[in-house]
Write a protein that binds this ligand. Sequence first.
Ligand SMILES: C[S@@+](CC[C@H](N)C(=O)[O-])C[C@H]1O[C@@H](n2cnc3c(N)ncnc32)[C@H](O)[C@@H]1O
Length: 167
Amino acid sequence: MERPPGPWGNRYRVQYLKGHVTAAVTRDQLQDKERKVRTALQHVVKCNLEKEDMMDPIVIPPADCVISGWLLDVISKDQNDYMRYLRKFSSLLKPGGHIILMGCLEMSYFIVGKHKFHGFSYDEDFARKALVGEGFIIDRCKVKKRTDVSDHTDWKALIFIAAHKEK
Ligand SMILES: C[S@@+](CC[C@H](N)C(=O)[O-])C[C@H]1O[C@@H](n2cnc3c(N)ncnc32)[C@H](O)[C@@H]1O
């Protein structure tokens, strides 16, 4: 797998997380973690959450864990969409399987280049209720308030949730 170029590449993300979430972890430790994840990757497949069967035409066995970052925030138009997509993630998991969600809270837009995109604005309470409503048990939920200022987006905080599906 090639490292994607540009500001959304993995290097940026790892450094971003280093600055905001894992300040105690050194650059070497982060690079080691990144290497381990890359080595463990066996396949990269496309999915489309808007399809009835999001993995179509590939059939995959029930998963131990689904990790989704900043995806539901940008593709959901409203609360119903967000919950519908969570249901789709749930359908990929084994009973007792885990979900890790990362997202931006209260983001109504973000700008990339000359293009302005819609963000689905939600708060921690909604995210928690949506997960519980779709049969998940929340193990951890952390919210980190935004400290930087930029006109490129209006998100107020980052949310990190680890949950598991009821058996
Ligand atoms: C803000 S980016 C987040 C990307 C990545 N998770 C990250 O952390 O950098 C949103 C991603 O949603 C993907 N996307 C948009 N519509 C989608 C859909 N219907 N199904 C699956 N992915 C979609 C885009 O390709 C894009 O990579």
